[in-house]
Design a binder for this molecule. Structure first.
Ligand code: KIV
Ligand code: ZN
Length: 510
């Protein structure tokens, strides 16, 4: 069977989703899990865009050994140099360079002629190839480009040393049959096509990213670019889990195999959702809460008699049954450490000691500590510039809810000054959020608030996810606690921390 590579861009295109801002340790944790999932290529970031992105790519390049590590770069010298610096330490590095090729992009965005674009693409690939043997070239907005121009540019970059050529449907405009024919035509006209891998990268603006990617499989492509939970610019990228399960459930139809260990899908999806703060809709294919739930009596009856009546894939195939790490108050250090290892969570002794203390406190409050609880306990605090110290709420149906919040600045900011403010609001959470706004001196706008239990048990912790707009930027935050008010406050503080880390806001005293 033909081998199809899975190229994951959760940490690059996925991280471009509005509201998502991962810190370095979070990115590494996701990269390690993607490696365990069996993805062939991890696009770890776009190093030129910020020092933080550069460092995260470099860290992943150093630590992740079983997947190729790709770094994105425009077809420009400074981007390519920076990308190479970030990934040079990787066991299997790839530079992924791109330039737009559609008339719209060339005329209005780049303001360059097709000849100039061609020249920059070739120069970019030659430069990248002088540094590394694995070079991917993407023609941005390929699906709205002229077939002859695409074939010309691909022929030239292949001659210049590209090893993978990528055909993105950047704006999610293509239709499945049309996209397949388009790729076939481009491939037929490209000189040297047999020497390279052909890849697709589809966006989901019309809900067709997965369908378009799969349609391309039938015309002989070698790589699909996708992101976990379908994260990505605007409506997102093709969802990795849907691509992987379609290819595995309909293996005979597609006649290809991938290196994906589908049993790691649930764990990867949960991790990405948790760390990005991007929730998964209940009816989402493969990883939604309802994906394996049978509601109607007729369906339940059928499934009880024979599962295959209404199930085309099993929950076990995506690892729904392996979410079973359970610890309790009698669990010792060794058991907790082993469970963290199983979840790819690495930490030094000092941090483990703190986690173990928190574990014991939590285990006193709830009977069983689940995998979701462990993730929450291990949540990375590296990018915390302000930290919740204490909170008090006065509330009731006969008084205006009032909150007092105390934060501490973890960078030694004004050591002697307490970051404490009180505020009132329409509800306890609103009052708490106003008090935090007063402390940081910036008014965040709460655009999204959701509360749910992290597990199914009666004593499950509450998880709150928020999206907060700070001017034109949006930051997501997540908080977990046995108390839902505390979870709400933690979520907002995390969004503030993300905005501070990104430099979108600074603390202003009022
Ligand atoms: O959507 C797109 O065209 C991209 C390229 C950089 C591959 O993300
Ligand atoms: Zn994209």
């Amino acid at each position: 069977m033909r081998r199809l590579d899975i190229f994951d861009t959760t940490l690059r295109d996925g991280e471009q989703s509005p509201g998502v801002a991962l810190n370095m340790e979070e990115k590494l944790q996701i990269a390690r899990q993607l490696e365990k999932l069996g993805v062939d290529v991890i696009e770890a970031g776009f190093p030129i865009t910020s020092p933080g992105d550069f460092q995260a790519v470099a860290l992943i390049a150093e630590k992740v050994k079983n997947s190729t590590i790709a770094a994105l770069a425009r077809a420009e010298e400074k981007d390519i140099d920076r990308a190479w610096e970030a990934i040079r330490i990787a066991e299997s590095p790839r530079i992924h360079t791109f330039i737009a090729t559609s008339p719209i992009h060339m005329q209005y965005k780049l303001r360059k002629t097709p000849d100039h674009v061609l020249e920059l693409a070739v120069r970019g690939v030659e430069l990248a190839r002088s540094k590394v043997s694995d070079v991917e070239f993407s023609a941005e907005d390929a699906s709205r480009s002229h077939i002859d121009f695409l074939a010309q540019i691909f022929s030239r970059v292949i001659k210049a040393g590209a090893t993978v050529i990528n055909i993105p449907d950047t704006v999610g405009y293509a239709m499945p049959g049309e996209f397949a024919d388009f790729i076939k035509a481009v491939m037929a006209k490209t000189t040297g096509i047999e020497k390279v891998k052909v890849s697709v990268h589809c966006h989901n603006d019309l809900g067709l990213a997965v369908a378009n990617s799969l349609a391309a499989v039938n015309v002989g492509i070698h790589q699909i670019e996708c992101a976990m939970n379908g994260l990505g610019e605007r409506a997102g990228n093709a969802a990795l889990e849907e691509v992987a399960m379609a290819l595995s459930t309909r293996k005979e139809w597609y006649g290809v195999e991938t290196g994906i260990n589908t049993k790691e899908i649930t764990r990867t999806s949960n991790l990405v959702s948790r760390l990005t703060g991007m929730r998964i809709q209940a009816n989402k294919a493969v990883v939604g809460k309802n994906a394996f739930a049978h509601e109607s009596g007729i369906h339940q009856d059928g499934v009880l008699k024979e599962r295959s009546t209404y199930e085309i894939m099993s929950p076990e195939a995506i690892g729904l049954d392996i979410n079973t790490i359970v610890l309790g108050k009698h669990s010792g250090r060794h058991a907790v450490k082993q469970s963290l290892d199983d979840l790819n969570i690495e930490m030094d002794e000092q941090r483990f000691q703190k986690l173990f203390e928190d574990f014991k406190v939590l285990a006193e409050k709830k009977k069983v500590i689940t995998e979701a609880d462990l993730y929450a306990l291990a949540e990375i605090k590296a990018a915390e510039l302000v930290k919740l110290d204490y909170w008090q709420i006065l509330s009731g149906n006969t008084l205006k809810p009032t909150a007092t919040i105390g934060l501490v600045h973890t960078n030694g900011y004004d050591d002697n000054e307490e970051l404490v403010k009180a505020a009132y609001g329409d509800g306890s959470v609103a009052a708490a959020y106003k008090a935090i706004d007063k402390i940081i001196g910036v008014d965040g706008v709460l655009e999204n608030y959701a509360l749910q239990a992290i597990d199914s048990g009666e004593d499950s912790q509450g998880e709150v996810t928020v999206t907060v707009a700070f001017g034109e930027h949006k930051a997501a935050g997540r908080g977990v606690s046995t108390d839902v008010i505390e979870a709400s406050i933690k979520a907002y503080v995390q969004a503030v921390n993300r905005a501070l880390t990104k430099g979108w806001i600074t603390i202003k005293k009022r």
